[in-house]
Design a protein. Sequence first.
Length: 367
Amino acid sequence: MKRLARTLLWKWRRRHAAERVRLQRAILGGCDMVGIDVGAAEGLQPHWWAFEGIVEMYLFEPHDESANKLRALYATSPYEHMFHVMPMGLGAATAERDFYLLNAPTGSSLYPIDASSEFAGPDNRYVHPVRATKVQVRKLSEVLDEQRLPRVDIAKLDVQGAELEILLGLDEERLASLVLVEAEVNISGGITRTTSPYVGVPTWADLDRFFLSHGMRLLDLSVSRSHRAKGGDSDWYQREIFRTYTNSPGVSAAAWEADVVYIRDYRSLIAGRNADALRRLVIALCAYRFFSEAIFAIEQAEHSGLFAAEEARRVRQAIGDWHRLTAHRPWHGRGRFWRIWRAALGRLGVAQYRRWKQYMWFDYPNG
């Protein structure tokens, strides 16, 4: 039954894929796109399926078993040929590195655990036992050279602190080609310092400086929160002290990590007369449902003379059609009936938000 439910959900989410790809091709006007997903163990996150069929996707996963699962997953796509599973780890340079395997595999990292961290005590079952092993990591630019990829347009990185050093493994030319990057960063200690249990990981300020120095700016962020754990059990205080269900909104959870999204400044693309990169930026913005930002960028490109009026009109039309196809719902309307409908849902506690990170009807405290 669960397998059937997953199959039906999969088909439902992808029911508009062919028409979406047609609209995306109209926006790109003959351009191609290349994306990388680093730390892709569970497959593309739901909002990145909006790139299926239009972006040549390279998915980096060093664990053989997880890599094989990815191959099986993408074999079911009608665009299977556009998914390339890369069974390797990445770092700032090609070298043999220590790799720290946590009790929960999703927390494993190139960075060691800080034994003094309040979040990694010896009784923490998520962390311990920790096992160190050796892994070979590659510099990203070298891998892309081997694949004959002169450019990367979009990237998503979720690698427990190694996000910045992986980006440092890109050469300047490829860094300049990026139009969107989503990266995970620990924010539990603040912007300029971190209380991450991993030793030596960069702060959000470090990541922000890097992006700003390469002509990118913050678009959005989604905060992940964590309840104070006892012995690695994040439900203990809720269950044993407050007698609430897991993630009850009556017990607040503290900010822990953020998925931050940076984009290329559209003004630099217009000033550089780079119409192809602007088209790729529009695709990235729309995949994250920033449709109005995409329309605005095209308007500015038309005003500058980068896009002819008729071409700008066609791209705006495709953006609008993409929104109507995948994001617009009747209850999003402005009429009185739908205002009453939304108010009723709100009183019942039913969320209806569908921004880029609210793709799975998240319970508190995330989303």
